[in-house]
Design a protein around this ligand. Structure first.
Ligand SMILES: [Zn+2]
Length: 143
């Protein structure tokens, strides 16, 4: 898959590495989906409302970055302008639950304006350390 560079007109010298880079900065850079992120999102779309699977081809186009600095695996998406608009009902969201390393977690995938917007992963209790996405086999649609 080819990653499109974002074009800016004022990027002279922008290739130079940032002088310092905190962890939170590093996790906020857009990158392709990891295989586990992609598998999880596909699972949610396949278990979502009618038409949700129409978003699956968009997963090849979008890039993602961490949307939170707490150590959770929540991500937000950026979709190229030329990517096809996927019609869906207003307020489109898919919720499910799962288990990450022994912790129950909730997941919410949202879309707006014809594109996927974010995947939120949240806990039901306090986890004071980074945690991973739940494995596919632990996923269960929210009731
Ligand atoms: Zn978080």
């Amino acid at each position: 898959m080819e990653i499109r560079e974002e074009h800016t007109s004022t990027d002279a010298g922008a290739d130079a590495p940032a002088p310092r880079r905190a962890l939170a900065m590093e996790t906020s850079e857009y990158r392709p989906l990891t295989p586990s992120e992609r598998d999880l999102i596909v699972w949610m779309l396949e278990h979502g409302p009618d038409g949700a699977t129409n978003f699956i081809p968009q997963l090849d186009d979008l890039i993602a970055r961490s949307s939170c600095s707490c150590g959770c695996p929540s991500i937000e998406f950026s979709v190229p302008l030329e990517s096809p608009y996927i019609p869906q009902p207003l307020g489109f969201r898919i919720c499910c639950s799962g288990n990450s390393d022994g912790y129950d977690v909730g997941l919410m995938l949202t879309a707006g304006s014809g594109v996927l917007s974010q995947l939120d992963v949240y806990t039901f209790g306090e986890i004071d350390h980074p945690f991973n996405l739940p494995s596919l086999r632990t996923l269960d649609m929210a009731r």
